[in-house]
Design a protein. Structure first.
Length: 130
C-alpha cells in the first residue's frame, strides 16, 4: 500500500508515460537498399510522404557500420525542389532519424533518397515511397 498521495500520483503518471511510449510509435517498413557497398533498412515513423507532408525517415545500416553522415530527402534525384536534411544518429537504436518535409507539389516519380558518407565517400540510394 502506498502511503503518500504524491508517490501514488507519480506512479500513475510514470505508468501512463511508459505505456504510451511503448505503444505510441508505429514504424512502417519501407525496405532495404544498397548505398555503395553497404545495405540500409529504411522505415518511416509518421505520415506517408505526400505533397507538403512532414515525416520521419529512419535509416539503419544492416551491417552495423555507422556512416559519417546521412542526408535524406523526398522528391527527385535533383534536390532543387526538396532540399537535403541531415539525419541525426541515435546511438540507442543504431540508426539515423531524419525529419523531412516533402515538396509541394510532389513531383511525379518522386522517391525517398539519401546520401550516405562513409570514410570520405558519398553514395546516393533511393527507394519507393510507402
Amino acid at each position: 500500500m502506498l502511503t503518500s498521495p504524491r508517490l501514488f500520483l507519480s506512479s500513475l503518471i510514470f505508468a501512463g508515460i511508459a505505456v504510451s511510449g511503448a505503444c505510441g510509435t508505429s514504424a512502417t517498413d519501407i525496405g532495404d537498399v544498397e548505398a555503395g557497398t553497404h545495405s540500409y533498412h529504411v522505415a518511416r515513423e509518421g505520415a506517408e510522404p505526400a505533397a507538403g507532408v512532414s515525416t520521419q525517415l529512419v535509416f539503419k545500416p544492416n551491417d552495423g557500420v555507422k556512416a559519417d553522415s546521412i542526408y535524406g530527402w523526398v522528391g527527385l534525384a535533383d534536390v532543387a525542389m526538396s532540399g537535403k536534411v541531415l539525419a541525426v544518429y541515435d546511438p540507442n537504436d543504431g540508426d539515423f532519424d531524419d525529419d523531412v518535409t516533402c515538396p509541394s507539389p510532389l513531383p511525379a516519380g518522386a522517391l525517398i533518397y539519401f546520401d550516405v558518407t562513409l570514410a570520405g565517400v558519398t553514395n546516393t540510394a533511393s527507394i519507393a515511397i510507402k
